[in-house]
Design a protein around this ligand. Sequence first.
Ligand code: ADP
Ligand code: ZN
Length: 292
Amino acid sequence: MKLGALEAGGTKMVCAIGDEKGNILEQISIPTETPEITIPKLLSFYEEKEIEALGIGCFGPIDVNRKSDTYGYITTTPKLAWQNYNIAGAFKEALDVPVGFDTDVNGSALGEYTWGIARGLNSCVYMTVGTGVGIGIISEGRLVHGMLHPEGGHMLLSRSREDTYQGFCPFHENCLEGLAAGPAIEGRWGKKAVELAGEQKVWELEAEYIAQALVNLTCILSPERIILGGGVMHQLQLFPMIRSRFRQLLNGYLKTKELEDLDTFIVPQSLDDKQGIMGALKLGMMELERNT
Ligand code: ADP
Ligand code: ZN
């Protein structure tokens, strides 16, 4: 079976053709410009590939409520050219195949749940720490939506006393994304995150904020595993620091078999950064099943 997958990001679009086993057969990446410029390029990639369905994991906010008139739209994004744009509709109309649609991070959670390190579980949280912070959730075997979709990157945190950086979220002084996404690291320390690799205090503070967020997620969602991806998480020294601070902050309150070994509870992405595009494939497959 041939399936299309699109990981629609604010800076680039990753397009792939794959199969129902999660194999990626072909993949390209193009910059995200305006819909008028970018969509025709994407369509020409998928046309004549004889795909049976397309799955889109999309930057947001987006409308994932099937009952809504604007289902399939990118809604209030700060990327003005894409505001109120019917992205799922554009592909459905042009390609005439079922189009699965969800957030990029729900896509990544689904990729890990189907083919990666969350396989066989009933619940997991996927968090990306990159240009922004996003959270995808699977609970009782289902992707979590709600009135809109989770926006866990904007959960409020306790600011570290020594941290004088103002945060870069225009809405919140103390949200996870504003304090801990890549641009926050760069704004606070004045260098590219990758160039700060050897600076212990940079990653201690980063681990503090991520650990706070993971305690909140654990207490609210009770996931069986938390998977961390995105550019910033390439700093693998963060993992032991996050686990250690997570244990301190949770302070023995929860006692489960999952929490006994944090090396298997808080883990890096396992699909070589293909979790998003593989999850998009699965979104396409799921939509095809719904329609048959
Ligand atoms: P996006 O979030 O746009 O999809 P990424 O997940 O690659 O893309 O995140 C980009 C952010 O991650 C940038 O702020 C960048 O500085 C940071 N980043 C990328 N690679 C690394 C790395 N190896 N170490 C630390 N930070 C990184
Ligand atoms: Zn915010």
